[in-house]
Design a protein around this ligand. Structure first.
Ligand SMILES: *[C@@H]1O[C@H](CO)[C@@H](O)[C@H](O)[C@H]1NC(C)=O
Ligand SMILES: *[C@@H]1O[C@H](CO)[C@@H](O)[C@H](O)[C@H]1NC(C)=O
Ligand SMILES: *[C@@H]1O[C@H](CO)[C@@H](O)[C@H](O)[C@H]1NC(C)=O
Ligand SMILES: *[C@@H]1O[C@H](CO)[C@@H](O)[C@H](O)[C@H]1NC(C)=O
Ligand SMILES: *[C@@H]1O[C@H](CO)[C@@H](O)[C@H](O)[C@H]1NC(C)=O
Ligand SMILES: *[C@@H]1O[C@H](CO)[C@@H](O)[C@H](O)[C@H]1NC(C)=O
Ligand SMILES: [Zn+2]
Length: 666
C-alpha cells in the first residue's frame, strides 16, 4: 500500500516538473519566471554583435499563477567577467538603459488544455539592450534580479580570439536533411560494385576529414532548417522557425534579440564577397538564414528585403547585400502579394546594380564582375530526376519566373548555379576572398514526401556539384586557399533494408503477399541501378544511375511517416504525394492517397494524423572538410561549432570594435 502511494506520488512529481519543458513551453529557453536572452550556456565569437533581452513573467492563471499576474517592472540586471565585480549593463557596455516594454502572451500547458481551449495567460515586463558585443575571451555571468529576491543567471563563454585569416575563401555546401544513410544509398545507386568493391566513389568519399555534428535546437531535440541553419551561420542555437535571433515572448516577429551572422561579420571585418545558391525558393530557411533576423521563417517577402537592404528596422551591421543570389522563388520578386510591400524585387535588385537572369542561358551569359541575381522559377527548382530523366514532368508546372502562365524552361541545376557563383564571387571578392553557401534543398523536400528516388537524385547532384567545384577551384588556381565544407542541417530517419521485386509485387493482390516481394539480407542481391538496360539511354553521364527503373529496386523507408502505400519503384509522373485528405472528413486528417503507388501495400502512419508528410529526425549529421583548417573539423561536436570553426579559419574573432571593412586583404 505504502509503496504504491509512493510510486503514484513520484510519477506525479515527475510529470509536474516537466510540464514547462515538453509539448508546449511558456518560453523554451526560460524555465523560471525571469528570462535572460541569450540564455545560460551560450557561446560568442569575440566582437560578435548581439542584443540582450530580459523578461520577467507573471502568469495570471494556470499552474504557475504568480503575483496576481503583475510582473515586476523594477527588475535589475548585472554582468561580470570572471573575477571582476558585477556592473549594470549600462555601465558595462557604456550604453543608456532602454525603455521598459510590456506585453501579454498565452500558451497551452499541455494537450488537455489545448483540447479544452484553456490557455494560460502571462503578463511580461521587459528591457532590451541592442547591439552590444563582448571582446575579451573568457566566462561572463549575467544575473537578473526580480520579485525582491529571485534571481536567474546565465553563464556565457566568449571563445578565443581569431584574427588571422587562414582561408581566403569558404564554400559551405548544405545537403538539406542529408544523412550518412542517404549518402550510402546514393553511392549504391550510382556507383558500380564488383564482388564487394566499388569501382568508383562519391566525391564526398574522397574528403580527407569527416566529423559529426549534433543538430538539435536550443529548446527541442528535433530541429527545423531555420534554427539549424542559424546555428551553423551564427554559432547561436535558436527555437524552431527562428533565425538570427533568440525567440522572445513578444508578439512582434522582428523585435527578438539578434545575433550577428557569418556574412554580416565577414562584410564588416574583411569586406569579402558573399553569395547563396539554393535549389529551394531563395527565401526558404537555409539560404535566407544568412541574413534573416526573425522568429518566423514564414515572413518570406520581408526576409528578401532584409537580404537586399539589410535590417532597416534596427541599427545593425550592414552585410551589403549578396554578390550572388541564385535559386527559385519568383513569388517574392514579382510585384504582388508574395513580395514585401507588393514591390517588384527584380527591379529593386537591378537598381542596386545586379544582373538579373531568369534562365540557364542568361545565367551563363551574365557578367562575372557585376552582382548577380538569378531566379529561375516560382517555388522550388524542379528536382534533378525530373530535369534530367523525366523532363516531360516539367511541362506540367506553372512556374515561369517572369509570371507568365507557363512552365519555366531552360532551368539550371545546382552545378551550373554553383560554378557561376564561384566565377562571380572570385571576380568580385578578389584579394578579399569570398563566402558561398550552396544548398541541395530537395534532398529534404523529397524525403518529406517519401520520394526517395528524387531525394537521392538530388544528393547525387550535390556530390557531382562538389566534384565539379573542386575541378573549378583547381582551374582558377584557388583550390589551396579555399576551405570546402559539406554538411547538413539535420536528418530524416531514412534507411535501406533490402531490395524489392517490383514485378512480383505488382502481380500480387493481397497486401501481405505483396510484402513478400521485399528481399532482405542475402535476398537483397546487388544494385541494378548501375546496369544499363538495352534500348534505354538516360545519358546522365558517370556518377548517376544508368537505370532509374530496374525490376529490382532499393527497399527503403522512414521512421516517421503518414499513412501511405509503398511499392518502392520510381515515380515517373512527377513528385509523390503520399497522403491526402478524404472528402467528408477533416481538412487536416490525412490518409493513404488513393492515387499514389496503387500497386503497393498500405503502411500505417507513425505520426499525428494531421501530418501529410514525413518529419525530421534526431540523427547527427556528417561534416566533410577539405582545404585550409580541414583538420579542425574531425570529431563529434555541436552544430554551433561548425560556425566557430569556419569563423576561426576566416579570422573573424576580434578583440576590438573592428569596422575597417575593406582594409582586410588576403
Ligand atoms: C486563463 O484566463 C483566460 C481568460 O482571461 C481563460 O480564457 C483561460 O481559460 C484561463 N486559463 C486557465 C488555464 O485557467
Ligand atoms: C562599433 O563602432 C562603431 C563606430 O564607432 C559604432 O557605431 C558601433 O556602435 C560600435 N559597435 C559596438 C558593438 O560597440
Ligand atoms: C519591420 O518590422 C515590422 C514590424 O515591426 C514588419 O512589419 C516589417 O515587415 C519589418 N520589415 C522588414 C523588412 O523586416
Ligand atoms: C532566357 O532569358 C533571356 C533573357 O531574359 C531571354 O531573352 C530568353 O528568351 C530566355 N530563354 C528562354 C528559353 O526562356
Ligand atoms: C493557363 O494556361 C492553361 C493552358 O495553357 C489554361 O488552361 C489556364 O486556364 C491558364 N490559366 C490562367 C490563369 O490563365
Ligand atoms: C491505416 O491506414 C488506413 C488508410 O489510410 C486507414 O484507413 C486506417 O484507419 C489506418 N489505421 C490506423 C490504426 O490508423
Ligand atoms: Zn525539412
Amino acid at each position: 500500500m505504502v509503496s504504491t502511494l509512493g510510486l503514484v506520488a513520484a510519477c506525479l512529481a515527475a510529470s509536474l516538473s516537466t510540464v514547462s519543458g515538453q509539448t508546449f513551453q511558456r518560453l523554451g529557453t526560460c524555465p523560471t519566471l525571469g528570462c535572460i536572452l541569450p540564455p545560460d550556456q551560450q557561446d560568442f565569437l569575440p566582437g560578435q554583435q548581439f542584443d540582450i533581452r530580459f523578461e520577467v513573467h507573471a502568469p495570471k492563471n494556470g499552474s504557475e499563477a504568480f503575483n496576481n499576474g503583475v510582473p515586476d517592472d523594477k527588475f535589475t540586471a548585472t554582468i561580470a567577467k570572471e573575477g571582476a565585480q558585477p556592473k549594470s549593463l549600462a555601465d558595462f557596455f557604456k550604453v543608456s538603459d532602454p525603455a521598459l516594454e510590456k506585453w501579454t502572451f498565452s500558451w497551452y500547458e499541455d494537450l488537455f488544455a489545448q483540447d479544452a481551449k484553456t490557455p494560460s495567460i502571462v503578463n511580461v515586463a521587459s528591457k532590451i539592450y541592442r547591439r552590444v558585443a563582448l571582446y575579451e575571451p573568457g566566462t561572463y555571468t549575467v544575473t537578473l534580479n526580480y520579485y525582491s529576491g529571485k534571481t536567474t543567471t546565465a553563464t556565457w563563454t566568449v571563445r578565443p580570439l581569431a584574427t588571422k585569416k587562414k582561408a581566403k575563401n569558404v564554400i559551405f555546401f548544405i545537403g538539406d536533411g542529408m544523412t550518412t544513410n542517404m549518402i550510402t544509398a546514393a553511392r549504391l545507386l550510382a556507383h558500380k560494385m564488383v564482388n564487394g568493391r566499388y569501382q568508383s566513389l562519391l566525391q564526398l568519399d574522397k574528403f580527407p576529414v569527416i566529423g559529426h555534428q549534433m543538430s538539435h535546437s536550443i529548446d527541442s531535440f528535433i530541429t527545423d532548417s531555420a534554427n539549424s541553419a542559424s546555428a551553423l551561420y551564427s554559432g547561436h542555437k535558436s527555437t524552431v522557425n527562428a533565425m538570427g535571433v533568440y525567440a522572445d515572448s513578444s508578439p512582434d516577429l522582428y523585435d527578438d534579440p539578434k545575433v550577428e551572422t557569418i556574412v554580416e561579420l565577414l562584410s564588416r571585418i574583411w569586406g569579402s564577397a558573399w553569395g547563396a545558391v539554393s535549389t529551394a525558393f531563395i527565401a526558404d530557411a537555409t539560404p535566407i538564414a544568412l541574413t534573416a533576423h526573425t522568429r518566423s521563417r514564414y515572413q518570406y517577402g520581408p526576409l528578401i528585403d532584409q537580404a537586399l537592404n539589410g535590417l532597416t528596422n534596427y541599427t545593425w551591421t550592414q552585410h551589403g547585400g549578396p554578390d550572388v543570389y541564385f535559386g527559385g522563388g519568383a513569388e517574392q520578386f514579382l510585384p504582388g502579394s508574395g513580395s514585401y510591400k507588393g514591390k517588384d524585387y527584380f527591379a529593386e535588385f537591378a537598381k542596386k546594380g545586379y544582373s538579373v537572369s531568369l534562365n540557364k542561358t542568361a545565367l551563363a551569359a551574365a557578367s562575372n564582375s557585376e552582382r548577380a541575381l538569378g531566379i529561375f522559377c516560382k517555388s522550388n527548382l524542379p528536382v534533378w530526376l525530373d530535369r534530367n530523366i523525366f523532363p516531360e514532368n516539367l511541362a506540367k508546372l506553372t512556374n515561369d519566373p517572369s509570371g507568365k502562365n507557363a512552365s519555366a524552361a531552360d532551368l539550371p541545376g545546382l552545378k551550373e548555379m554553383t560554378l557561376k557563383a564561384i566565377d562571380v564571387l572570385n571576380t568580385r571578392g578578389g584579394k578579399k576572398g569570398f563566402f558561398l553557401m550552396s544548398e541541395a534543398a530537395s534532398i529534404d523536400k523529397q524525403m518529406h514526401t517519401l520520394d526517395y528516388d528524387r531525394a537521392l537524385g538530388d544528393l547525387l547532384e550535390l556530390d557531382d556539384t562538389v566534384r565539379a567545384t573542386v575541378e573549378k577551384l583547381k582551374s582558377l588556381g584557388i583550390l589551396d586557399e579555399t576551405l570546402i565544407v559539406v554538411s547538413a542541417d539535420h536528418g530524416h530517419g531514412f534507411d535501406v533494408f533490402g531490395s524489392a521485386d517490383t514485378k512480383y509485387m505488382a502481380a500480387q493482390e493481397d497486401d501481405r503477399k505483396k510484402r513478400q516481394a521485399v528481399g532482405v539480407y542475402q535476398m537483397s542481391g546487388l544494385s541494378q541501378y548501375t546496369v544499363a538496360q538495352p534500348g534505354i539511354s538516360y545519358n546522365t553521364g558517370p556518377n548517376f544511375p544508368l537505370n532509374w527503373d530496374p525490376r529490382y529496386v532499393l527497399a527503403g523507408g522512414m521512421g516517421a511517416n503518414p499513412d501511405h502505400r509503398e511499392a518502392y519503384c520510381v515515380e515517373k509522373t512527377g513528385p509523390r504525394t503520399p497522403a491526402a485528405t478524404i472528402a467528408g472528413r477533416g481538412s487536416s486528417d490525412f490518409y493513404v492517397n488513393a492515387k499514389d503507388k496503387p500497386k503497393g501495400f498500405v503502411v500505417n502512419g507513425t505520426l499525428p494524423v494531421d501530418e501529410a508528410q514525413g518529419v525530421h529526425s534526431l540523427t547527427d549529421v556528417p561534416v566533410f572538410a577539405m582545404g585550409p583548417c580541414q583538420e579542425i573539423f574531425g570529431g563529434t561536436y555541436n552544430n554551433i561549432d561548425v560556425f566557430y570553426k569556419i569563423a576561426t579559419c576566416l579570422g573573424l574573432g576580434h578583440g576590438t570594435n573592428k569596422t575597417d571593412c575593406g582594409k582586410g586583404g588576403w
